[in-house]
Design a protein around this ligand. Structure first.
Ligand code: NAD
Length: 499
């Protein structure tokens, strides 16, 4: 018997009126685990209408009232960490420790949002002209829709909702249809925390539902995270409909390994960053760029470590890596590795045909290491989004910088080196939004914002942290004069200037 996953509209779980459903799979077994209800137009209209009403009231709630809900939500979320991690593992496939880590990073954003009062403090200028003061402050944008990818079903929605809600907006989450249960679980926690109905809703669906949100006149802003073609489409469509949009896209993250790096440290980190979560992280390292003799120094260490990765169902206690999300994803990975082989690359570790015992129908691909990859090969140009690390060899740091800067993506990058000069040169000249120095996955903590450059982000704002607060609010500047009751008006027809 499969369970049915419902929408969360105006504080209630409901199958909605759409009628259509879609299966959700456990990728480790290849079996259907649940049926997901997909929204129809009526559900979408009802959700937006409830959000509109709720947003108006929530914006009037004091900061103290709003943050009291955030603090309570934080406690509930922290207490639910293991339960949520298990939900993530069952639908996404990542190992339990990784899923718990994802909840932890989401929790960080909730904690940041608990302190939103600091970020909402306005500015005040006394006596800008005689008897005149100016103050500026920020107000919520209204109804925000968040559209999220499959690879972080807890963390990415929590990059958005806590900040949007703390700043006084209503938030509609359209989660990935591949692993939607975590979103409904989170909706229940918000309700338990005392959030008024309609301030946080979950609406399930695919393209039709997304299009409905992008074009709905009562949705004010869109936060999107997903692949680059969809991010671009979302940005174009929603801005054409007058909305504020931040749309984070895909990635091809390079790690440069300098010859002076500690090769054991580099190999350890590259292995974890390439194969963790089966490579399905937007910050995964998918390209190692070895400079000079670093290639020969690091390659055997990478082979050994890739062979040591334990691939298993995510609940197995010592598993390092689980399956990929769909059979289509597995087929895409196999195709791209095959093309690299045909184009002359060396497949040093080949996980294409891995079978996990007792999980023969699961969507598993083993760690795969491909050497001698060039920038023309599909293994370099395409975002593989699987457990594949490609090795590109260059002669100098300058060449490495040119390679990374020529890539259309600009999400994350890292450099492994013991030279401060090389690290500084790289971090300053690289056209990438997030950079790590001897840190492979430089995902900023919650009080710095997260975002890539180039085709990895469309829009002006990064997500969560200070940029999140700016994105979910609009600035207002107020110029005030309080004349004495007896003062004559003496209004001038000249354009006002200080004095
Ligand atoms: P995706 O683009 O397929 O889907 C993302 C969301 O868009 C989902 O909610 C989906 O239902 C919706 N969607 C899919 N096709 C659509 C269409 N044609 N029209 C409108 N909406 C559509 O992405 P995914 O496969 O779920 O996630 C993986 C991708 O997300 C990778 O490219 C990864 O790099 C990227 N990602 C980026 C970041 C980042 O911070 N930049 C973070 C996580 C994931």
């Amino acid at each position: 018997m499969t369970t049915s996953i419902k929408h969360f509209i105006n504080g209630q779980e409901t199958p909605g009126s759409g009628g259509a459903t879609q299966p959700v799979y456990n990728p480790a077994t290849g079996q259907v685990s649940a049926e997901l209800h997909l929204a129809g137009q009526e559900d979408l209209d009802a959700t937006v209408a409830a959000a509109r009403t709720a947003a108006d009231a929530w914006a009037e709630a004091s900061i103290a009232k709003r943050t009291a809900v955030l603090f309570k939500f934080r406690e509930l979320l922290a207490a639910s960490r293991d339960e949520l991690a298990a939900i993530v593992t069952s639908e996404h496939g990542k190992v339990l420790s990784d899923a718990a880590g994802e909840v932890g990073r989401g929790l960080e954003v909730v904690e940041y949002a608990c302190g939103v009062s600091q970020s909402l403090k306005g500015e005040f200028s006394d006596q800008v002209a005689t008897g005149i003061d100016v103050h500026s402050f920020r107000q919520p944008v209204g109804v925000v829709a968040g559209i999220t990818p499959f690879n972080f079903p807890v963390m990415v929605p929590l990059w958005m909702a806590p900040v949007a809600i703390a700043t006084g907006n209503a938030f509609i989450l359209k989660p990935s249809e591949r692993d939607p249960s975590a979103s409904v679980f989170i909706a229940r926690l918000w309700k338990q925390a005392g959030l008024p109905d309609g301030v946080f809703s979950v609406l399930h669906g695919g393209k039709e539902t997304v299009d409905g949100l992008l074009t709905h006149p009562d949705v004010d802003a869109i936060s999107f995270v997903g692949s680059t073609p969809i991010a671009k489409y979302v940005h174009e469509t929603a801005t054409a409909h007058g909305k504020r949009v931040q749309a984070l896209g895909g990635a091809k993250n390079h790690a440069v390994v300098m010859p002076d790096a500690d090769m054991d440290v580099a190999a350890d980190h590259l292995t974890a960053a390439a194969f963790g979560s089966a490579g399905q992280r937007c910050m995964a390292i998918s390209v190692a760029v070895a400079v000079g003799e670093a290639g020969d120094l690091v390659v055997d260490k990478l082979i050994q470590r890739a062979n040591d990765v334990k691939v298993a169902e995510g609940t197995v206690p010592d598993a390092d890596m689980g399956p990929v999300i769909t059979p289509q994803s597995k087929a895409r990975i196999q195709r791209i590795v095959g093309e690299a082989e045909q184009d002359g690359a060396a497949i040093l570790v080949d996980g294409r045909d891995l079978v996990v015992q007792d999980h023969e129908d699961g969507f598993f691909v083993g760690p795969t290491l491909v050497d001698r990859v060039t920038s023309e090969m599909s293994a370099y140009t395409e975002e593989i989004f699987g457990p594949v690390l490609v090795l590109v060899r260059v002669d100098t740091l300058e060449e490495a910088i040119e390679l990374v800067n020529a890539n259309p993506y600009g999400n994350g990058t890292a450099i492994f080196t013991s030279s401060g000069y090389a690290a500084r040169t790289y971090t300053r000249r690289i056209h990438v939004g997030m950079v790590g120095v001897n840190v492979p996955l430089p995902v900023p903590v919650a009080w710095h914002s997260f975002g890539g450059w180039k085709d990895s982000l469309f829009g002006d704002h990064h997500i969560y942290g200070p940029d999140g607060v700016r994105f979910y609010t609009r600035g207002k500047a107020v110029t005030t004069r309080w004349p004495e009751v007896s003062e004559a008006s003496g209004a001038s027809f000249a354009f006002p200037s200080s004095g």
